[in-house]
Design a binder for this molecule. Structure first.
Ligand code: NAD
Length: 282
């Protein structure tokens, strides 16, 4: 169980300006996203949240908070912010929620297996919350879905070819993508298949699928474009009460071209909502 906030053996938590005790946050994964999340948290970007530790495999520069094992993190944290991978969610997700910690998921595609999603999100006592990550407009899609199921949802993503080459591809496939001179469709299928085949590149399809709450309605297309300087996500949805067309162009992260630079800031926004200071993110 988590340590008590005050008292022997516990963590003496600082208080926010309005006297509240901030949520103790541990960042899991210290790559392109985790380093930015930890940096901003350590500088007070989310008033309702305090960075208390980092669970990492590969250190990138100096750590901004104590290095913790997962077991140590679960002793002191209220929220674990996953910035690692789908595998990490599968490996540690259950332990996190069983320990009573909330799990903020960035690798949303990890939840595309409905049995796994139901198991970790359904039981508690910790909550599972997904970030909107590289896309937006999900609140409106979710509201429209509250009124009636969508007839059709398409997520079309376009990225630089190099970011789409996967370890499971054979040499001709890799070469075809890497050397393409024109926009090339590299995948068309379901969001669950997208999450399986492109685990670091199509979390947005899973995020949209959660918003519309019907994975079978959603189709996904992925393009490699040698001229793409920005990562582009287009969401088209139509249903009984509206038609929606959302286009998002994100600059890739300088540290990892598979991730968009905006993602850590989306995670911080999600954390701000989770920790009850929705309008105060710095
Ligand atoms: N929701 C979205 O829109 C969105 C967008 C981009 C990326 N993502 C997700 O975020 C993840 C991280 O992205 P990134 O750009 O920071 O990747 P990255 O490769 O730069 O960093 C990931 C880090 O996590 C570490 N890691 C992996 N498993 C771990 C574990 N079990 N415990 C501790 N550390 C672990 C790795 O060693 C690495 O340092 C991606 O894999 C992707 O699934 C989501």
């Amino acid at each position: 169980m988590r340590a008590t906030i005050h008292g022997s053996g516990g963590i003496a938590a600082s208080r926010t300006a309005d006297g509240r005790i901030p949520a103790r946050v541990c960042v899991l994964g210290y790559g392109s996203i985790g380093t930015v999340v930890a940096d901003r948290l350590s500088r007070g970007a989310v008033p309702g949240a305090e960075l208390v530790g980092i669970v990492h495999r590969s250190r990138v520069g100096d750590l901004l908070a104590p290095s913790l094992s997962l077991a140590e993190a679960l002793e002191i944290a209220d929220v674990v912010v996953e910035c690692a991978s789908q595998e990490a969610v599968w490996e540690v997700g259950q332990r996190v929620v069983d320990a009573g910690c909330d799990l903020l998921v960035s690798s949303v595609g990890a939840l595309s297996d409905p049995d796994f999603a139901q198991r970790i999100a359904g039981g508690g006592p910790g909550r599972v919350v997904c970030t909107h990550g590289a896309v937006g407009g999900l609140d409106l899609l979710a509201a429209a879905r509250d009124a009636a199921p969508f007839d059709h949802v398409l997520v079309r993503s376009t990225k630089s070819p190099a970011s789409l080459v996967q370890s499971w591809m054979d040499a001709p496939q890799r070469e075809r993508i890497s050397s393409t001179a024109a926009r090339l469709c590299v995948f068309a299928g379901s969001p669950a298949e997208a999450a399986r085949l492109f685990p670091k590149s199509l979390n947005v399809a899973a995020a949209v699928s959660f918003a519309v709450r019907d994975w079978d309605t959603v189709s996904v297309e992925l393009y490699a474009d040698p001229d793409a300087e920005m990562t582009c996500h287009e969401i088209e949805a139509s249903g009984p009460i509206g038609r929606y067309s959302i286009k998002i162009e994100n600059l890739p992260s300088a540290a990892n071209p598979r991730s968009s630079a905006v993602v850590p800031y989306s995670i911080l926004r999600t954390l701000a909502h989770l920790t009850s200071y929705p309008n105060l993110i710095a």
